[in-house]
Design a protein around this ligand. Structure first.
Ligand SMILES: C[S@@+](CC[C@H](N)C(=O)[O-])C[C@H]1O[C@@H](n2cnc3c(N)ncnc32)[C@H](O)[C@@H]1O
Length: 431
């Protein structure tokens, strides 16, 4: 195998390791591998390394299935990468002179000869087959099928294997029309969103977005439309006081300031010092008036504010299962169900405190799992007196229909709204 292919295989294997074992995001894992292999990668454009690793991460469960069929058991990450190269890599690697030779040799060395379409066709259970074809854990596929039915689930899982790019024009720093013109000049093809005037759906681009000067300067911000909808649910007005109980890195907080022309007052709390530090830099960079912002390093499970604020936002830590279109590594995190199952306790604990701090609380998670959405809300309504739910937005779908509170909450879905998967609810609490 040439040095280049060897390095590509080593790169993707290491990236899977970081994403799976250390639960890093795809981009973080990518950065770590670039750091680890710095000397070996000298002179390479990393574009193909990024794209190939992205595809392999998306195909993780498909590859695990293939591996079990061929070897009878699962082993390391390198084997998965070699299987991907041999079974699915042609489209991405056929221009490499030695690719076909390496592939043929590897396939010959396998203990079993396999045609992928044939073994997939032999899987009888249709949910199991769906999980393999779309490459998701079986438990997650079952859960989604149970909530929205097989056909919708199939569309949803498919949509999450595609990337969606939304950008927000940061009118705290740039004139709206000027930003549109500059984007056009950079050959970014976009649609202005019909619901939110400051959101653009990116259709195509020449240069990767992160290389755009507009992004580097904070004139535009990469933010999903569903995430902006969470802030819309707060209906922020000038001179209102907000508590953002899980605030870092501050994307939603900066939108509150944008929508109020920098005239809101914010208390921003987060438990992570590092994330708070990055947030401060980011808010400054985005043109937020820091004189109106109070920042606290704290655990929001304990009540922090002495007097109630006007509105609270709890954008709680979660499985992030709705963010797969932008971060395929989340698929690998879903492999650890005991890790996923620890979130609802944290979310409920946080919500139980935060609803005391304002008359109106928006509770949101970027998750498709009902334990992190509808079930948290059902529980708080049941356990806490003086709680009323209000529909947070006109847009979006109701929650999963098996829950009593479904009509009062909202869900955004990748296959319907072309956004990340999000759960949004609004809780009114009078002590
Ligand atoms: C989904 S992110 C918030 C994203 C943020 N609202 C934004 O739009 O940029 C969840 C955040 O909650 C923080 N967090 C987790 N547990 C917490 C706790 N007990 N108290 C306060 N913050 C917490 C994490 O450090 C993380 O920054």
């Amino acid at each position: 195998m040439s040095k280049y292919l060897k390095h590509l295989v080593a790169f993707a294997s290491r990236l899977l390791y970081y994403a799976h074992k250390h639960k890093l995001s795809f981009d973080k894992a990518f950065q770590y591998v670039v750091r680890d292999m710095k000397d070996k990668l000298k002179g390479y454009s990393l574009r193909r390394f990024y794209e190939v690793s992205w595809r392999i991460t998306l195909d993780y469960y498909k590859l695990r299935f293939l591996e079990r069929k061929i070897y009878g058991a699962n082993k390391g990450y390198r084997r998965l990468v070699m299987l991907w190269l041999s079974f699915f890599g042609e489209k991405y690697l056929e221009d490499l002179k030695e690719y076909n030779r390496v592939r043929r040799k590897y396939v010959k060395s396998l203990p079993k000869h396999i045609v992928f379409d044939e073994i997939i066709a032999s899987v009888e259970d249709r949910i199991e087959k769906l999980a393999i074809e779309k490459s998701y854990p079986l438990w997650f596929t079952k859960l989604i099928v149970e909530r929205i039915g097989y056909i919708e689930a199939s569309k949803l899982l498919d949509a999450m294997n595609k990337e969606y790019y939304w950008i927000r024009i940061n009118t705290l720093k740039i004139d709206y029309d000027k930003a549109l013109k500059l984007l056009e000049a950079e050959d970014v093809v976009f649609e202005v969103d019909e619901d939110l005037w400051y959101m653009l759906k990116v259709i195509d681009y020449k240069k990767p977005l992160y290389q755009l000067e507009l992004l580097k300067q904070g004139y535009i911000i990469t933010q999903d439309k569903a995430s902006a909808m969470v802030v819309e649910a707060l209906k922020p007005k000038p001179n209102e006081k907000f508590l953002d109980a899980c605030a870092a890195p501050g994307i939603k907080a900066s939108l509150i300031m944008q929508l109020t022309d920098n005239k809101a007052d914010l208390i921003l709390i987060d438990i992570s010092r590092n994330r708070l530090n990055s947030m401060v830099k980011l808010l400054r960079h985005y043109g937020v008036d820091m004189n109106r912002v109070e920042i606290l390093l704290a655990d929001s499970i304990h009540r922090i504010t002495r007097s109630r604020v006007d509105k609270a936002l709890l954008d709680a830590p979660c499985s992030s299962s709705g963010t797969i279109p932008r971060d395929p590594a989340v698929k690998l995190h879903l492999d650890d169900i005991s890790w996923i199952k620890r979130f609802p306790k944290i979310q409920y604990g946080l919500l139980n405190t935060v609803v005391e701090e304002a008359e109106e609380t928006i509770y949101a998670t970027c998750s498709l799992i009902p334990w992190e959405g509808e079930e948290i809300i059902e529980k708080i309504v049941k356990n806490k007196p003086n709680i009323i739910l209000e529909e947070p937005l006109r847009k979006g779908h109701p929650g999963y229909s098996t829950y009593s509170i479904a009509a009062k909450v909202r869900r955004f879905f990748p296959h319907i709204h072309r956004t990340e998967g999000f759960f949004i609810s609004k809780i009114i609490h009078q002590p």
